[in-house]
Design a protein around this ligand. Sequence first.
Ligand SMILES: C[S@@+](CC[C@H](N)C(=O)[O-])C[C@H]1O[C@@H](n2cnc3c(N)ncnc32)[C@H](O)[C@@H]1O
Length: 267
Amino acid sequence: MAEPFSWVPAGINTDVPSAARVYDFLLGGGHNFASDRMVGEKVLQILRDGRAIAASNRSFMRRAVLLMMEQGIDQFLDLGSGIPTVGNVHEIVQQQNPDAHVVYVDYDEVAVSHSQLLLEGDENAGVVQADMCRPQDVLAHPVVQDLIDFSRPVGLLMVAVLHFVSDEKGPAEVVARYLDAMPSGSLIALSHLTADFKPQEMGEVVEAMKHSRDPMYFRSLADFEPMFEGMEVLRPGVVPAPKWHPELGPAGEGGPEDVYVGVGRKP
Ligand SMILES: C[S@@+](CC[C@H](N)C(=O)[O-])C[C@H]1O[C@@H](n2cnc3c(N)ncnc32)[C@H](O)[C@@H]1O
């Protein structure tokens, strides 16, 4: 029988909270440490609807994947994939098409080791531990090269990860480098937290995350939209998550609108 904490990778500093584990806490998962839960509780004190915001982002991801599949995509590159929880991309995808390929990329040790455990024996899915802000390293990684055929359209996901990329690193630049590598017809899903609706509270969330491994950079709609540069944005455009294709599944309609989302096509 596995030991209770066998999922904790060796050498990890459990005192420093990480985005992957705080998000896991907000989604009700069990792969987080006391330091993560402290930050998570703080976030929930500031944002009473913090869990609903996390859930609305997660359900956008599901709808985006379903739409991509409807459009014929059968290979997915999920950057900043997080700790596997309910409704992971490979589960959504393989339920409909067992031959579809999925590669997860994250730099968090717990996210990667737990993904490895979950994917054991699945030849159509893999995980890479890497900084997604280094597109060349990610794209050249053997697991990516093995599972993704760049001569056919790819479903690229950067869901709730760009708000961990500082202006110096240039999130729009990072997206553009991946877009360059995608074949025509690829679909790209982006989501991003914003302080547009709750400036005071979101400022406090940024403060709470400051000393985690993943400081946050919330952005306005005007700052997020340019990240779709070079893509044809599919209808209904770049909108709060609950307004994006609610007909595809639960969207938390009427719920918090603090995550902007959109899906673009590479022409
Ligand atoms: C809020 S979670 C989102 C998980 C999943 N994409 C979702 O939306 O449900 C953000 C994830 O991005 C990862 N992350 C942040 N910056 C990253 C980077 N530069 N490279 C790789 N992963 C990163 C974190 O470790 C975390 O697991």
